[in-house]
Design a protein around this ligand. Structure first.
Ligand code: URA
Length: 468
């Protein structure tokens, strides 16, 4: 039996190094005991545990990128079996690389379920961390208490340092605390709920805002509980209002109908947030594509859209105009939408990558497909757009968009034509990119494929009507 002791419950690098050495030495999964330094795992094998075999200096092997991305998420799950499951999957994928494509594989599905739970927890932390202001004499510090389900705090720290870059803040959790002084992120031991302040002056403003945007006509208690589970309520100032708002929902709905129409309070607020996000994206240097491009082409459309399209990246004309889908692919897209009976003006349209990637050939700028690090870098903006718009249906146009949305490579022919449930009740649909249709040389085939594209869009439009 071999024992591997990882530095922490989220020690992906430690797991990867050990797993690589074990795999190279052909150690079977059931001959390894994985644990975490400082944890209370009983020392069943004591000093009988065989040390790690040294990895041969020149021996390497590679696994699909999709495995690495999946493992990076799944390892954050609290399930103690995750290290062993990942190692079993690593051995399987090493033997048969196509195993990552086998959606029916029980081991792959189990690991995917772990990763999905982790992604959901990460999303919940981003949505439900509420800072309380503390005046320490040398300026304000913002403190939040959060209880994650999984070991996600370190993995999520980058989001908070970028989002709240100029604030001094701490996020306290039972397992670890993270602190940002405006420049450096540090880590401390776990804390208790009572270590964070209970209330602050901003709270009243926030409660007032929440009461104003609470829409009794759209009250779906089940959906609300799945989106904002009760366990988070304790830390949300606005949650104190929920029982009263729900109790008064019927009366308020009747009053609302009587006094309709009225302006939607949320739009005003999210317009400012969207504008700020767009302004920030205009100065984006997260990947090298910003250099040669004319400008960032941000998403466009109503902020309360229930339908959101993701394209690949701006083309030559979009790069100059600063708006998505205005060139030849955009014209085909508009025509297909019109034929399918979907109103583009009511949809939000954006791209997976927000700078034009091209190769200069004489005077022409030839489109180049963005690569995975560029897609990943730009997901930072896409995720925030999705968070702000909160559409009910997201349509990915083409492989790049599908990859950006689902975080893994996707075969369009296998995925198109049916809804794909995402977290929080959102539905994804995958179809081809309009440029693919433009590139088809055979006119008959082009007509055929275009009709299929229109069919996909029509299904989405009908689905939306059903789900409205
Ligand atoms: N292709 C895209 O994917 N997006 C655009 O904005 C234009 C062309």
């Amino acid at each position: 039996m071999h024992r591997v002791t990882l530095a922490g419950p989220d020690d992906f690098e430690g797991w990867r190094d050990a797993a690589r050495a074990m795999a190279l030495a052909a150690i079977p999964a059931d001959a390894i005991l994985w644990d975490v330094a400082g944890s209370a795992t009983p020392d069943l094998f004591g000093s009988d545990a065989t040390p790690l075999p040294p990895a041969p200096a020149d021996a390497v092997f590679s696994v699909p990128r999709a495995f690495v991305e999946l493992a990076q998420s799944a390892i954050l799950h609290r399930d103690p079996a995750r290290f062993a499951l990942l190692y079993s999957l690593l051995l399987a994928v090493r033997a048969v690389p196509g195993r990552m494509e086998d959606r029916a594989d029980p081991l792959l599905r189990r690991v995917e379920d772990l990763a999905k739970a982790v992604r959901r927890d990460i999303h919940k932390m981003r949505a439900f961390v509420r800072f309380r202001e503390l005046d320490e004499g040398d300026g304000p510090r913002f403190i939040a208490w959060f209880e994650p389900d999984h070991h996600i705090v370190r993995a999520n720290a980058g989001f908070f340092t970028r989002r709240f870059a100029s604030m001094r803040w701490s996020i306290l959790t039972p397992e670890v605390s993270i602190h940002w002084d405006g420049h450096i992120l540090t880590e401390g031991p776990g804390a208790q709920r009572g270590d964070a302040p209970a209330e602050d002056p901003v709270e009243d403003v926030w409660k007032g805002y929440y009461a104003a945007i609470f829409n009794p006509a759209r009250l779906k208690t089940g959906a609300m509980l799945s989106e904002m589970p009760r366990k988070y309520w304790r830390n949300l100032p606005e949650a104190a209002l929920i029982p009263d708002l729900v109790a008064g929902a019927q009366a308020r709905e009747a009053a609302m109908i009587a006094t309709a129409p009225r302006p939607a309070a949320r739009t005003g607020n999210s317009r400012a947030a969207w504008q700020a996000l767009r302004d920030e994206a205009m100065a984006c240097t997260r990947c090298p594509l910003h250099g040669p491009a004319t400008q960032t082409v941000f998403g466009d459309g109503p902020l309360d859209a229930s339908l959101l399209f993701i394209g690949e990246q701006p083309g030559d004309q979009e790069d100059l105009a600063g708006r998505p889908f205005v060139g030849p692919a955009g014209q085909l897209f508009d025509a297909a939408l019109a034929e399918a009976g979907v109103d583009r003006a009511r949809a939000y349209v954006t791209n997976a990558v927000k700078h034009f990637k091209y190769e200069q050939r004489g005077k022409r700028r030839l489109h180049q497909t963005p690569d995975v690090p560029e897609i990943r870098a730009c997901r930072w903006w896409l995720e925030q757009e999705l968070d702000l718009i909160r559409p009910r249906i997201i349509v990915a146009l083409g492989a790049t968009a599908a990859r950006a949305l689902l975080g893994k490579p996707v075969t369009i022919s296998q995925m198109r034509g049916r809804p794909i449930p995402l977290d929080d009740g959102v539905e994804a649909w995958i179809t081809v990119h309009p440029s693919y249709l433009l590139r088809l040389p055979d006119p008959d085939r082009q007509a055929q494929e275009q009709a299929r594209f229109v069919g996909d869009l029509r299904m989405v439009g009908e689905r939306l009507a059903i789900r409205a």
